[in-house]
Design a protein around this ligand. Sequence first.
Ligand code: CUA
Length: 312
Amino acid sequence: MIGLPQASGFAGRVDALFDTLLALSGVVVLGVFAVMIWFCVKYRHGSAADRHGESHRHLGIELAWTLIPMAMFIGLFAWSVKLWVVLRTPPADATPVYVIAKQWMWKVQHVGGQREINTLHVPLGQPVRLVMTSQDVIHSFYVPAFRVKQDVLPDRYTELWFTATQAGTFDLFCAEFCGTDHSRMGGSVVVQAPADFAQWLQAHAGTGLAAQGAVLFRRFGCSGCHDPHSGVHAPDLDGLYGSTVPLDDGSQVRADERYLHDSIMLPQLQVAAGYAPVMPSYQGRIDESDVLALVAYLKSRSTHPEIVDEYR
Ligand code: CUA
C-alpha cells in the first residue's frame, strides 16, 4: 500500500499478499482486455475474418486456462490462511490491553489502571493483545499502519494483537458504520520506546484494574456467595481463570476472559456442574468497564504465576 507506513510486525507480510493479489488480478484484467480488443478489431463489421467457428477442441488450451488460474488462486488461499493464523494467534507474552467501544468513542484500560479515550499508548517492539468489547452496537477497530482490523461486538470479547515496529503516532479508525458520528469515531495509537512507555505508564497509573475489580467484587455482592466462607453453595473462584470447568450439560469449557464475562452477564448460558442455576444476571446493571475490572480481579486469583504477575 503506497504512502502508508509499515508500522507493525506483519505489515510487510500483509502487503506482500495484497500486492501479489493485485498483480495477479492485473495480469488477468490485461489479458481479458487484450483479447477483447483483438477480437473487436478482427471481427469488426465487414472484415474478411473466417466466421465458421472452431471445428475441433484444443484440450491443451482448455486445461491451461482452467488449471493455471486455479493453481494461482489456491496458492493465494493457502498463503492467506497461513497469514491469518499468525494474525489470530497472539504470543503468550503479549501484554493485554482492554478496549471498550461505544457510540462514538474508544475507551482504553491498561492493567495498571491507566485509562485513555480515543488514544492507545503501546510500547515499541513488544507484542500487545487487545481484548475488546462494545457497549452498544458493532464497531470495528482499524489501524491501517499496522494492517489490523477487527470487529468489536456487544456481549462478546474479540481479540487483536500486533507488535509495533515504528515509534510515532498512527491513525485509529472505526471501520463499521455505527451511527451518526461513525466517521468521527477515531483517534490515534501512540507507539513509544519501552523506556518512554514505562514513564507514561508511571505518570498515568491509577488503581490497578485487578484492585478495582476486588472493590467491585464486594460492591456488587459477588463476595456474598463466592467468598469461601459464605454459606451459599457457589463455585470458589480461586484458580478459576485458565482452568477447565465441567458444565452441567456434561461438556467442558476453558475459563478464559470470555467465559468469565459471560458468567457475569449471561450466567444461565453455561452453568458449572454441581451448582444450581441461581446466579442473577448483571446485564444492564454493570457496564463493560466494570466487567473488565472484575475479570482482571479473577485473573489475579489464577493459579498461573505468569498471569498473576501481570496483574500485580
Ligand atoms: Cu464505531 Cu463506526
